[in-house]
Ligand binder design. Structure first.
Ligand SMILES: Nc1ncnc2c1ncn2[C@@H]1O[C@H](COP(=O)(O)OP(=O)(O)OP(=O)(O)O)[C@@H](O)[C@H]1O
Ligand SMILES: [Mg+2]
Length: 262
């Protein structure tokens, strides 16, 4: 379970050691916000789109590599991203991971599903209006082909959440959702599901149980250890397999000249 965390930590430690050796004086604080270099409605925090070779995008590549390594041991095609509580960075992480996978995996088809039927944000971060999405697909109100969106990134397809339903947990716990994922699994090589937080609502457990594995995002400096273990217990109860953790809100000190050439 700790493989992804270990790899991320090791890579970060190695990078920091390298950077400290090179220059300890001319430091700039690395910002999560990427510069917008092309005219796009996509949010600047989607660094894998704007700056695929920046250090954070590299962390997403490391994560992708580790997921592939786990995939060699057992099937890992449907991955849920969640967190203990709200606002820890699930959606931004899901989008960056999906883009990184679409960019780096040769011709593998990636589907990013906004399975947060309560507070969907994938389409907002990606700058498009959602017409219909997952909730309509589960309830059978639209044809499958009308729900899938391409935002111009090769090999990446988006399925937005759709109109917020009255009964999100019921939809996500339904056989229809399970069947839909089984159909989509045949068409896409990897499916990333962005989900609501684990503690306030049951949705993530339901989504996680239909996935091959779950990754928990933890916001460093905010989410307490006890809260994380409580969420972990809830995922276990729901029969979701926890693969590992991603820490967000980590700040790097990177010398300016290195950052420019990374
Ligand atoms: N890796 C990161 N480092 C620093 N801040 C981040 C990171 N990822 C996301 N954030 C910040 O965290 C906030 C919440 O991001 P996001 O919407 O992805 O969280 P979420 O967990 O999906 O929230 P919700 O529970 O409302 O769905 C945003 O302000 C975003 O800029
Ligand atoms: Mg979110």
């Amino acid at each position: 379970m700790g493989k992804i965390t270990d790899a991320l930590r090791k890579a970060a430690e190695e990078r920091m050691a390298r950077l400290e050796k090179l220059d300890s004086k001319s430091e700039v604080r690395y910002q999560f916000i990427a510069q917008k270099t092309v005219d796009s409605k996509i949010d600047p925090r989607i660094v894998t789109f704007y700056e695929p070779s920046c250090p954070i995008a590299e962390q997403f590549r490391i994560l992708r590599t580790n997921l592939l390594a786990l995939n060699a041991q057992r099937p890992l095609h449907i991955i849920t991203i969640t967190s203990s509580i709200n606002g820890e960075g699930k959606t931004i992480t899901s989008i960056n991971l999906a883009i990184s996978m679409a960019q780096d995996l040769n011709k593998k088809q990636i589907l990013l599903i906004d399975a947060d039927l309560r507070r969907s944000k994938v389409n907002k971060y990606l700058g498009f209006e959602q017409e219909a999405g997952l909730s309509e697909l589960i309830t059978g109100r639209i044809n499958t082909e009308d729900a899938f969106v391409s935002i111009g990134i090769n090999n990446l397809t988006i399925l937005s959440a759709g109109k917020p339903p009255q009964n999100p947990a019921e939809l996500l716990g339904s056989v229809k959702f399970k069947n839909l994922l089984n159909v989509l699994k045949e068409k896409y090589d990897y499916i990333i599901l962005d989900s609501p937080p684990v503690i306030p609502v049951t949705d993530a457990g339901l989504i996680g149980a239909q996935s091959d594995g779950v990754i928990m995002v933890i916001q460093a400096g905010r989410t307490q250890r006890g809260v994380v273990s409580h969420a972990q217990g809830l995922l276990k109860q729901a029969q979701a397999k926890l693969l590992g953790y991603i820490l967000t809100n980590i700040q790097y000190h990177i010398p300016a000249y290195i950052y420019r050439y990374l």
